[in-house]
Structures are given as C-alpha cells and as structure tokens.
Design a binder for this molecule. Sequence first.
Ligand code: PEP
Ligand code: MG
Length: 300
Amino acid sequence: ANVELEVEVEAALAEHAEGIGLYRTEFLYLDGAPPDEDRLVEVFSRVARAIAPRVTTLRTFDLGADKLPLAHGPRIAGGALGLRGLRLALARPELFEAALRAMLRAAADAPIRVMFPMVTTLGELKLATQALESARRSLRRRRVPHGKVEVGAMIEVPSLLFELDSFIPRLDFLSVGSNDLLQYLYAADRNNTRVASRYDPLAVAPLRALLAIVEAARRHGKPLSLCGEMAGRPLEALALLGLGFRTISMAPASIGPVKAMILSLDVAALETWLAEKVRAGEGNLRAELKRWAESNDVDI
Ligand code: PEP
Ligand code: MG
C-alpha cells in the first residue's frame, strides 16, 4: 500500500496489503516547522511495528514542487523542475540527516527500507548514501539503538533510464514513480488540468521506458516495484504485470479492485501478447489492452 498519513495504515492492513511500498513522509513536514527527530522516530516506529513482519518503505521527504510546508514555502519553492525531493534534502543536510537517523532508529524493532525520491544523477545517489552513512555513524558514536535498512531509489527522472546499469548495482531495491516519470517524459505538468491527462501512460513511449526498467532490474537481480497512481487502476496494473512487474503499491482503496483483476488473469498469455505489441509499437494500446482483457475474461 501507499500511505500518506499514519491513519491510512489501518486501511492498508484491512485490505491485506503485503507491506508499505511507499510512505510519503513529507506529509509530516507540511503543517509548520519540520518535525524533530524524536517525533519522526515515534511515527515511523508505530507505522513499521503495525506493518511488521511485513516491510515498511519510508521515502525521505519529497518536499518542493506541489508539496510545500506552510512555514517554509517561499524559501524552498521551485516547481516540479526545481529544488524538490532529494535535491532539496541535499541542500538541507540537517533536516535530511535527522530524517535518516529517525529511520535507522525506527529500524531497531521493525523491518524498514529507506527510499530516496527524485534521484537524477549517480553523484546525487552517492551523496544520499553518504548522508545515510553519516547518520549511522552518529548513532553508533552515541550508542543510540538502531537497525539495518535496505536502501532504494525511486526511478522517476528520465535521466536514470540511460544509466540504469550503473545505478542498480548500488541499490538494494528500486521503485518506479510513474507519476513523475510520466510528467517528465511527456513534459506535461501533473498538476495542470489542461495537460495532465492529455498523454496516455499506456502509449508506446512510457511502456517501452517501463520495460527497459524491468529488464535492467532483472539483469541485476534486484527487487523492483512501481508505486505511481497507474498501479491502482486495474487496466494499467494489467499492463504493468504484462511488462513483468510483480510488486506494485497503491492507495489502500485500490487494492481490492486490482487484486480482483490479478486473480482473473493468465499472466503468461498476457506477457507474450504484450511484448509483441510493445515491440511493434503501433496502434492504440489502451484500446487493445481493454479488448484483450475483455476477450480473456479479466475483471477490469
Ligand atoms: C510518483 O511520482 O509516481 C510517486 C509515487 O511519488 P509522488 O506521487 O509522491 O511524487
Ligand atoms: Mg514522485
């Protein structure tokens, strides 16, 4: 499940989510001064303990763009192409390291993965990993209890598509942020109603981008998921399974309908059919996928 607020954890459990694939921790920063480290530890521990033994994926704060804290708006504003996500975190090392220390501390008693948003270059990933190391050293020095975490990155900036083989070996897991990946691939602001739904996630270009990510993750034997909104829409989730995704994360309310689709699906038949369509790269794939689902009795 994807979770923005702690209260949604209950809904995720009620829908039998197999873990938290995306906890948008920036929501803890939106209503005033940034939360201090102890407050973050409290929230992260409560969430992770509720989800245990399943894993909680904590995304470091993806502030900026559409998510601006009230008290810090003017200082960090910058839009979707500005100082957001990891870029902002690296510009505010005190906030970033406090968040990382809190994640490591919460990992003392429940399984936690740490995920970086808006990674754009290998250099940024190295800086983020160094910040995590520095957070760990500081806890060790002060003998503060903490645990091991897996470290992953969101694949949501198109530059990464051309450097996957250098990125992936440095990660324990990766997760596609298709909301942003589509926004940047299509140069279409996801918050602008005049262009946001103008371009189809089921068109050839995004499907080929997603397929390249699936193939690269397989080459390196690394766990891959996708946590953008398309995972929660049955027809789009069907396409993801056909491309080879086996882990997807979505709002709790979408889990039921997507599960119904999956349980009625012969995925091997879909994979063979879709691979050919994506390679050929012609026609209206959304309409064809819908027809395929209907003629194969898939519950979309
Ligand atoms: C995404 O970009 O697809 C994503 C899951 O993150 P967010 O929507 O919070 O940017
Ligand atoms: Mg995103």
